[in-house]
Design a protein around this ligand. Sequence first.
Ligand code: DOR
Ligand code: ZN
Ligand code: ZN
Length: 432
Amino acid sequence: MDLLIKNGRILNPAQNEDFVGDIRVKGDKIDAVSENLEPEECRVIDASGCYVMPGLIDLHVHLRDPGLEYKETLTTGANAGARGGFTTICPMPNTKPPTDTPDKIHTLIERIKKECIINVLPIGSVTLGMEGKEVTDIEGMKREGACGISEDGKSVMDSGVYRVAMQQAAKSDIPVMAHCEDINLVRGGVMNLGEKSKELGMNGISNAVEDIIAMRDILLAKETGARLHLCHCSTKDSVRMVEEAKKEGIRVTAEVCPHHFTLCDADIIEDDANYKMNPPLRSREDVEALKEGLKSGVMEVISTDHAPHSAEEKSGGFKNAPFGIVGLETSAALTMTELVDKGIITPLDMAAKMSYNPARVIGIDKGILAPGKIADIMIFDPDEEYTIDVNKFASKGKNTPFHGKKVKGQVKYTICGGKIVYEDGKAGLNND
Ligand code: DOR
Ligand code: ZN
Ligand code: ZN
């Protein structure tokens, strides 16, 4: 049924528009965006007091399917996305087996059409089997629909191999999404190196673990002309390096995850692996630099690094549990609470960093509210306050340090291709 969204605060970063108005949706497309539209034969949604923004786009999620379906499946991951306001999510290739061939991208896309209620655009791996040795068929994977390439979960440590991959990515004009971690420097680290790691008796991960590879990747992007997107930046020097690289005209973009701008390592009170992720929660100084980078625009994307694990796996404490926390269902609220409500970024910036800018990174015609565009829309109440409750998550993963946190900002509707795929207060999403 056609929709008329009335009286919302329309946030459309593509045109720098921020005004109260209406949007009419006909079929799967936006028909009109204007100050006052007359209702026709359609369902009317009252969006008074709400933001109406382009559907959120997450460039960085882990859906665990195939191979680790007990953690998450394509269906539950997409449902979690819909509940979080996302209309497009991009799963990393570190599944079992990894997504490393054009065939596997093809199979995934066929399954996604049947199993997912939102757009899911897979990312292919950089090397075969994610073993760091042989570069994949990047052009072939792009042809089948891969939106980027990444070895997320680790870095390709052989710079020679990575350069070849970057050359091919440049030729195919596909972004390289980089997880920056010098594996030889980690030395069994499980949290940020600092007072906290000493206090808890854990091995630490220094900032250099990330910064060395971030710098290497920027230099390789300069040499090859590849489009480099730095994943989950967590250090103050990564912000500085991205800023300088951009000034030099190197094609680099960067993302920050909500946990890295919300928490620092001092917030870890005990040996609770719901605070364990890679890269780790850093120092207060790093957090301030990330916020500064988001404010200035150096860091233009907010992604979640949604990394579901089972409760049993996460019960192992910092020393034994796997890295990663879920993020799809807390991201918009944390961005609202920590950045918009505190005046660090504007509501329009939020729409840019969570939708318009990520769309530009992967080169898709989304993140725009204009007649003729696909109707991917998110309606968000910025004033609604509530307590995060993992039991309400559509994701199979309940691993988050934010259970019990009071936040502001509730997703009211997620509309994907003109269909309402999530509506707050309505019966849950089917996760069977
Ligand atoms: O925390 C993380 N979890 N970081 C990664 O790089 C990988 C991810 C995962 O796959 O669980
Ligand atoms: Zn990563
Ligand atoms: Zn990741």
